[in-house]
Write a protein that binds this ligand. Structure first.
Ligand SMILES: Nc1ncnc2c1ncn2[C@@H]1O[C@H](COP(=O)(O)OP(=O)(O)O)[C@@H](O)[C@H]1O
Ligand SMILES: [Mg+2]
Length: 280
């Protein structure tokens, strides 16, 4: 049987002083090699879940495990945990700590158990992988938000985590920057990293994910293959999440035309369906 990489078993978390738990009795499993989206309205607990998964918050009850090994909250174990699981915060300013791009990427590497030669090699490779060579010596405060995001992601990936957690990675990016980021994520995924992305962007989730976890008010509603989740129109409407634009266009076609066809994942799939099936 396939083992989950990361597992939550009846995990709850309440912020100090809060009257309600932000995460409540949540159980879920993350399997290797998937592109997973955590979907839900603002305030439903997505960021809290990622912070728990990275061991930055300690759950109030329940167990979080990596390959069936429960997380223990001791410094050396947490260090090792965070080398396997990398978290890119929603706000890159929270992540970036050094003066220049190269120094920032080196920072995490120097805090791991790598030799100086390995740190230099990883830095060189990471600058290359993220096309940051020309920005290596640039002060971080001279970068655009999109560039800061890229540097923050590069810093996380330099540690070669098995699981990458991304909190709203496309927030504040324009279309072109989003396109570049998704291409970067495809490259990271193709090189063997499992990715979990928290977002409230339904269109992004539909276009990118192969597995979708739906949260509502700190509780798990669905954890299923993406196609299955987006077929549950009633559940999505009940949660007021709505439908991805592409699916709404698809569902607006007469049912007899859609018969025996699975919904398109991209605009070009929809276009080629139209070209083949619309009466001329
Ligand atoms: N630092 C905090 N202190 C107290 N409550 C918080 C804090 N951060 C988030 N919350 C609350 O926890 C709940 C979940 O928040 P969050 O995980 O940020 O949701 P999301 O990322 O889905 O928008 C919300 O009700 C939010 O108000
Ligand atoms: Mg959030």
């Amino acid at each position: 049987m396939l083992l989950p990489l990361l597992e939550f078993q009846t995990v709850s978390y309440t912020y100090p002083g809060a009257s309600h738990p932000a995460i409540q009795n949540l159980s879920l499993a993350i399997f290797a090699e998937q592109k997973i989206v955590i979907l839900g309205h603002n305030g439903c607990g997505k960021s809290t879940l990622l912070l728990l998964a990275d061991g930055l918050y300690r759950c109030s009850s329940g167990v979080i495990s990596w390959k069936e090994e429960p997380l223990r909250y001791h410094a050396p174990i947490l260090n090792q945990w965070r080398q396997r699981i990398g978290l890119a915060f929603q706000d890159p300013e929270q992540q970036l700590v050094a003066a220049t791009v190269a120094e920032d990427i080196s920072y995490g590497l120097c805090n791991s158990s790598l030799s100086r030669a390995e740190v230099a090699q990883r830095l060189h490779q990471t600058l290359h992988d993220f096309s940051l060579q020309d920005l290596a010596d640039r002060p971080l405060h001279h970068l655009s938000l999109g560039q800061k995001r890229r540097v923050a992601l590069a810093g996380v990936m330099a540690l070669q985590p098995e699981l990458l957690l991304l909190d709203e990675p496309t927030a504040y990016l324009d279309r072109l920057q989003t396109h570049h980021l998704l291409a970067e994520l495809d490259r990271i995924h193709a090189s063997g990293t499992t990715i979990v992305m928290a977002t409230h962007d339904l269109d992004l989730a539909y276009a990118w994910a192969d597995w979708v976890i739906v949260l509502h008010e700190g509780q798990l509603v669905l954890s299923e293959p993406a196609q299955q989740v987006f077929a549950q129109v009633d559940v999505l409407n009940q949660l007021q999440l709505g439908m991805p634009t592409l699916l709404e266009c698809w569902n607006a076609l007469p049912a007899t035309w859609r018969d025996r066809h699975s919904p398109p994942k991209t605009i070009s799939e929809l276009r080629s369906y139209w070209l083949n099936h619309l009466p001329r």
